[in-house]
Design a protein around this ligand. Structure first.
Ligand SMILES: [Cu+2]
Length: 316
């Protein structure tokens, strides 16, 4: 998809750019102006030419000038900033609603029909309101090309809205340092045509459509990928925030339960508990409290598919 030239990616681009370029222009003007003036004075008031210092008693006109001009410039900056920001605070009534859930370290987006996805998928030229939910720490949803960013604070209801005006794919980042894997917390905004969006929206086989091939466990892998699990768990045995999936199923693990080390068998019950109530047992050597429960997000059938995938990773 090639972006259409000439149309801004969102409704905020022009007002944002106006404020931004105005501030940059004023800053540049002062930087260059002051540097030139300083150099001029260095030469003009060189000691060789003016051996004796002269007392100067101020100049009212100059004082008024350098008070009034910067005040006007600052007020103009404020005006451009304010008029660009004001429309962001109230979403239009006909906006479609998406709920964005942020957790360490992934975003997910839930739609009105119950569909969820890792990418934010929206139709072009329709206002989108995003309810911002953070489950653990402060995150921030940032779509640079749309010129919009908003903090996601646990326990606080916030929203952002925008009008996507150009089909295409845009980067979406977490813009608030939220821990070790913060820099991996990124996703994509896909702005589709009305028809493409409807086709995507009404296709409720959401998670399984991203399955690659039909190898054993590929559906399970797609679920792990779609739910952002791979931000913390690997399939190749390397250690990230949580244990790797490799050679995990059917093995003995030492977990910390109520402060005591307990050996457990990684079976179906254990996997279910690790997904629905992750902090009741933490595998020895891993940090506590970083994973939130996936109750209501990953279904029991999906867990069965995940287990199928885990089994496929056991080396014979
Ligand atoms: Cu984050």
């Amino acid at each position: 998809m090639q972006p259409t030239p000439g149309i801004d990616a969102s409704n905020y681009v022009s007002s944002f750019n106006l404020a931004f370029y105005f501030i940059v222009a004023v800053s540049l003007l002062f930087m260059i102006g002051l540097t030139v003036l300083m150099l001029y004075f260095v030469f003009k008031y060189n000691r060789k030419k003016n051996a004796r210092a002269v007392q100067i008693d101020g100049d009212l006109r100059l004082e008024i000038l350098w008070t009034v001009v910067p005040t006007l410039l600052a007020l103009l900056m404020f005006y451009f900033g304010w008029s660009g920001w004001k429309p962001m605070t109230k979403a239009p009534d006909d906006a479609m609603v998406v709920t964005s859930v942020a957790r360490m370290w992934s975003f997910s987006f839930a739609y009105e029909n119950g569909k969820t996805s890792q990418d934010l998928v929206v139709p072009v030229n329709k206002p989108v309101k995003i309810n911002l939910v953070a489950l653990d720490v402060i995150h921030s949803l940032f779509i640079p090309e749309f010129r919009i960013k908003s903090d996601m604070v646990p326990g606080r209801e916030t929203m952002m809205w925008f009008l996507p005006q150009r089909e295409g794919q845009y980067d979406l980042y977490c813009a608030e340092y939220c821990g070790l894997q913060h820099s991996y917390m990124s996703s994509t905004v896909k702005v589709l045509s009305e028809e493409d969006y409807l086709a995507w929206y009404t296709d409720t086989t959401a998670v399984t459509t991203v399955a690659e091939g039909s190898a054993p466990g590929s559906e399970g892998f797609a679920i792990l990928k779609a739910r952002g699990c791979n931000a913390c768990h690997t399939s190749d045995g390397s250690k990230l925030i949580g244990p790797s999936y490799l050679n995990l199923f059917g093995e003995q693990q030492i977990v910390i339960r109520d402060g005591k080390e307990v050996p457990v068998m990684v079976d179906e019950e254990y996997i279910k508990k690790a997904i629905y109530d992750p902090n009741s047992e933490i595998t020895k050597g891993y940090p506590k409290g970083l994973m939130q429960s996936y109750t209501g997000i990953v279904s029991e059938e999906e867990i069965e598919k995940i287990i199928e995938y885990l089994k496929s990773l056991n080396e014979q």
